[in-house]
Design a protein around this ligand. Structure first.
Ligand code: NAD
Length: 281
């Protein structure tokens, strides 16, 4: 069994991004810019945005965070998005989710200029992903594909199973695997017999948000197991959705939590931001 070291791979990618940003500045006078909208006081959202801002700074990418109170109105967020769509210094716009319940998240995401949609959540980019066209791909599943590539794991012809079918994780993950010619099962809360699907998979990708959901007996011998889940346990530590100890002995590759998919997500955000900058200018 080999551990897929997302932390180290992400570090390498961030260094490459920093070199590319330096060249963009020197040769083409382009400084990529990212704007983040952060609504409310959720500590996890604040922590993620802080990490993203720090990563931008280290890579030489300009970033600005629009912090808004929990009570902000729909129209005020919409005005901010419209302003950033027009701002020539901003290449990427990211709205940190979740938004408060009184806000229509779909409408907000649809207002982002698809050419600045570095999170890849706009239906335009999702449609391009489904049809195999170039566009912006959500950072977490994109990071998973990058990990598979870095470890020479080719999904072509493999049986893959994605557990979790959200618009930002599971569905784009399934689309990417399908585009890479895997045969893909997608499971969710209403799946009748989860183990029947997971135990057939050569590549098992889990993004649900339930610690210990996937146990040893649910995994095929020699499978590649990618754990996207992030769960805060009672003792304050972080865990994924996969019972790491039990599953690790059985699989060929596995990602740890923390230090697996998480760092890759941020690295892909930086990559998407420079892609946006290069394509716009
Ligand atoms: P979500 O709540 O939007 O979606 C969860 C999905 O899991 C749904 O499709 C639901 O049907 C399915 N599900 C729920 N219970 C299930 C069960 N018992 N069996 C099978 N499927 C079940 O969550 P999300 O935003 O997609 O995030 C999923 C997880 O991934 C969370 O733990 C989140 O923190 C994590 N995440 C990690 C990163 C990262 O960078 N590593 C990024 C985004 C999300």
């Amino acid at each position: 069994m080999q551990i897929i070291d997302g932390k180290n791979l992400a570090k390498k990618i961030r260094e490459e991004v920093a070199e590319e940003v330096e060249l963009l500045k020197k040769d083409r006078d382009i400084t990529p810019g990212l704007a983040v909208v952060l609504v409310g006081d959720d500590p996890a959202s604040h922590a993620y945005v802080k990490m993203k801002a720090r990563a931008c700074k280290e890579a030489g990418i300009y970033s600005i965070t629009h912090e808004m109170p929990e009570t902000i109105s729909q129209s005020e967020i919409e005005e901010t998005i419209a302003m950033m769509n027009k701002n020539p210094n901003i290449d990427g716009i990211l709205v940190q989710l979740p938004l408060p319940p009184h806000i229509d998240t779909t409408k907000i995401l649809e207002l982002i200029d698809p050419k600045k949609d570095v999170d890849g959540f706009h239906p335009y980019n999702f449609g391009r992903l489904m049809t195999g066209l170039d566009g912006f791909v959500p950072c977490t599943p994109l990071g998973v594909m990058e990990m598979l590539g870095a470890y020479d794991i080719d999904p072509k012809g493999k049986d893959a199973c994605v557990v979790g079918a959200s618009n930002i994780v599971g569905k784009p993950m399934a689309a990417l695997l399908l585009n890479a010619f895997a045969t893909v099962d997608v499971c969710h809360i209403h799946t009748k017999d989860l183990a029947a699907h997971t135990s057939r998979a050569d590549i098992l990708i889990v993004g649900v948000g339930k610690a210990g959901l996937v146990t040893e007996e649910m995994v095929k011998d020699g499978a590649v197991v990618i754990d996207i889940g992030i769960n805060r346990l009672e003792d304050g530590s972080l865990a994924g959705d996969v019972d790491f100890e039990g599953v690790a002995s059985k699989c060929s590759y596995i990602t740890p939590v923390p230090g697996g998919v998480g760092p890759m997500t941020i690295a892909m955000l930086l990559k998407n931001t420079i892609k946006a900058a290069k394509e716009r200018k």
